[in-house]
Every structure is written in structure tokens, then in C-alpha cells.
Design a protein around this ligand. Structure first.
Ligand code: ATP
Ligand code: LTN
Length: 337
């Protein structure tokens, strides 16, 4: 099938810290699977990252690191477009236009805004944090994406994107494809190892919260061996909050190995939590070892990553500019001659 007749996918990750196994199991793993079937655009969303304070040098470094990890997990730059969001100015432009149609009520209702703003000093919350979902809608709509592979925490932002796209289409005529969220059956919500009732997050600072994709293997093991469990002993999938730690370890095991719940429960029958942790550590380390080897190869090859990102920005701009031109025409902007 030609690139033009394939359905399109877009997704992104913020360069706001070290990528975690939550990012891998919830998002990246799906991206790799979809690159064969869809025409894919994957961006490193640096404009989103600055909705919270970032150190400029660290932001630059993490932007390259995240892009190199996209390649290291198996995305093929021959098949997919990998780019940095701020390299394509159309994202910021469409964001402005859409923000003029974004009802404040919708934005204030977003769970992520409520959670993230609650952690900030009230008088220093930037307007960008509130507008975050509108920028995300711009990312998706510019590429006329049919599907958006993300973890469960992004479900609400996808609903918002659909609502906003429909609003634009009904005001100005059919312009945007209405995108669908693509959320994995397993691993859509990995919880913190030290706090199994809260989502694992790359911007959480505590030492034993998350396994990072680039952690040395012994560090991964140490973190998993320290994971919070409970005083019971049964190793079964269980939604009970009191069993969240064991459930999370089993979920990581399942999403990493692809085995069924029944097979996993049978495998661990009669074993202890120590055995479970050891087994989870082994499968996670085995999965990430080739990713790290590939990462080191990529960053060791001078100029390679930059050339991929330059080519990506070029390809992405082509699609984005086309949509943006149509949007500008629809809203009544005078064309530049
Ligand atoms: P931050 O802590 O900086 O907000 P994050 O770790 O939540 O970041 P994002 O950049 O916001 O990561 O998300 C990138 C992708 O990873 C999204 O598709 C998101 O749904 C997915 N994701 C993030 N954390 C998890 C998790 N714990 N389980 C499953 N998917 C996740
Ligand atoms: N908000 C997303 C990151 C993101 C994104 C996107 C995901 C920004 N733009 C477009 C999918 C499509 C998050 O995971 N926190």
C-alpha cells in the first residue's frame, strides 16, 4: 500500500525526564507494532515539556535522548517520521487558532491539569499548563491522524481533541479527521513501584519509583526487588487496591512477556513475592538489554541522530503545512502573496 493510502498515526512523549517502563509498555511498544500498518509520525514534544519549568541544557539533552530511544526501541526511520515538535512551527500556530475555540470550562476539567497544577504554587502556574490539551490537539489534527497510540492517562485528552475537532469542523466545514485513541489491552497504566496506587511517571523524583529504560541492569533489579507489595502471599491478578503492588508487578510481567494471565498465575502458583520480583526483574532486564545496546550504537554514531531529525522535520512540515494552510483559509486569514 502506498504511504498516502495508509491510515495515519501520531503520538509523542515529553522530554521532561528519563523514559520509564511505563512509557515503553503504554506507548512505545505499540508504536513499534504499528509502524508496519500505518503512516506514522512520532514527535518529541518539547513545547509540551515547558508547560512546567525545565532547565534549558537538560531539556536539549533529553530531547536528543528521547529521539534516540525512539530509534533504539525499534522504530525504523525509513518507515516512520521522527521529529522534534518545535522544529515544525505549524504546531504552535495551530495551537493558537484552536485555543481561540477552546472553552475554558473544558480545560479546567482536565484531570492532568488539576493534578499538575495542584503541585505548583498557585500564582506561578503558567497558562500553557492549562492550554496543554489544545497543543496536543494541534499535534494530532495537523497530521489528520486516524489513531493515537497512548497510555490510559491520555484518554481524556483524546476525548478533548475529538470534541475540539468536531467544534472546528462544525464552525468552518469539514477540515479535520476525528482521531481515535489506541490504548493497549495490557500495560496501559503501569503504577509506581514505590506507590502502586499512583501512575508511574518520569517526572516523579523518588529513587525507587520507576525503572528507566537506560538504568544499568543492577539498578533495575534493585528497584524491582524494593517494590511495595502487601502482607499477603497470593500471586494473582487482583483489582483490590490493597493488592495493587503485586497486581502491578504481574501487569509488568504480562505486558513484557505477552503471556496470558492464566499462564502467569499458574507459573507463580505456590511461589513467594521474592520469586515474583526476581522473575519480573529478569524479563524487564532481558527486554531492555538490546534497547540499551542499540541506544549506545545510535548516540555513538556522530551526526546520525541529527540527520534523522532534520529529515523528520522536513517530512512532518510538509503534511503539517498543508493542513495549516487549509485551516487559515477556512478561518478567514488573508493569504500572503
Ligand atoms: P510526566 O511525568 O513528565 O508527565 P509521563 O511519564 O507521564 O510524563 P508522558 O510524556 O506524559 O509521560 O507520556 C508519554 C506516553 O507514555 C503517553 O502515551 C502516556 O500515556 C504513556 N505513559 C506514561 N506513563 C505511563 C504509565 N505509567 N503507564 C502506561 N503508559 C504511560
Ligand atoms: N500529552 C501526551 C504527550 C503528547 C501527545 C501528543 C501524545 C503531546 N502531544 C499527541 C499523543 C499525541 C502525554 O502523554 N502526556
Amino acid at each position: 500500500m502506498s504511504e498516502n493510502s495508509k491510515k495515519r498515526v501520531l503520538s509523542g512523549i515529553q522530554p521532561s525526564g528519563n523514559l520509564t517502563i511505563g512509557n515503553y509498555l503504554g506507548a512505545l511498544r505499540q508504536w513499534v507494532a504499528e509502524q508496519e500498518t500505518f503512516n506514522c509520525y512520532f514527535c518529541v514534544v518539547d513545547l509540551h515539556a515547558i508547560t512546567l519549568p525545565q532547565d534549558p541544557a537538560a531539556l536539549r539533552e533529553k530531547t536528543r535522548e528521547v529521539a534516540a530511544l525512539y530509534l533504539a526501541v525499534g522504530l525504523d526511520p525509513e518507515k516512520v517520521t521522527i521529529f522534534v515538535q518545535s522544529h515544525v512551527p505549524a504546531h504552535a500556530e495551530l495551537n493558537w487558532i484552536l485555543s481561540c475555540l477552546s472553552p475554558l470550562g473544558w480545560l479546567y476539567r482536565m484531570t492532568q491539569f488539576k493534578d499538575k497544577s495542584a503541585k505548583q504554587q498557585q500564582d506561578s502556574i503558567g497558562a500553557g499548563l492549562l492550554n496543554y490539551p489544545t497543543l496536543m490537539a494541534a499535534d494530532i489534527l495537523l497530521y489528520q491522524a486516524h489513531a493515537v497510540p497512548v497510555g490510559d492517562d491520555q484518554r481524556q485528552h483524546l476525548e478533548y481533541t475529538r470534541d475540539l475537532a468536531q467544534r472546528f469542523n462544525s464552525m468552518y466545514g469539514d477540515t479535520f479527521v476525528i482521531p481515535e485513541a489506541m490504548i493497549p489491552k495490557e500495560g496501559a497504566r503501569i503504577m509506581g513501584l514505590d506507590s502502586p496506587t499512583a501512575k508511574m511517571s518520569k517526572s516523579e523524583e523518588s529513587d525507587y519509583h520507576a525503572v528507566y529504560l537506560l538504568d544499568p541492569p543492577n539498578r533495575m533489579k534493585k528497584k524491582i526487588m524494593r517494590a511495595v507489595t502487601d502482607s499477603g502471599s497470593e500471586i494473582t491478578f487482583n483489582d483490590d487496591l490493597a493488592r495493587a503492588g503485586v497486581n502491578n508487578l504481574l501487569t509488568i510481567y504480562q505486558a513484557t512477556t505477552g503471556e496470558t494471565k492464566e499462564a502467569i498465575e499458574a507459573h507463580f502458583a505456590g511461589k513467594g513475592y521474592g520469586d515474583l520480583k526476581k522473575a519480573v526483574a529478569e524479563v524487564v532486564m532481558a527486554k531492555l538489554e538490546p534497547v540499551q545496546t542499540e541506544y549506545n550504537r545510535i548516540v555513538g554514531e556522530s551526526g546520525y541522530l541529527d540527520s534523522i531529525l532534520a529529515q523528520g522535520a522536513e517530512r512532518a512540515s510538509e503534511m503539517a503545512e498543508k493542513t495549516l494552510a487549509q485551516v487559515k483559509e477556512r478561518v478567514g486569514f488573508l493569504a500572503r502573496r
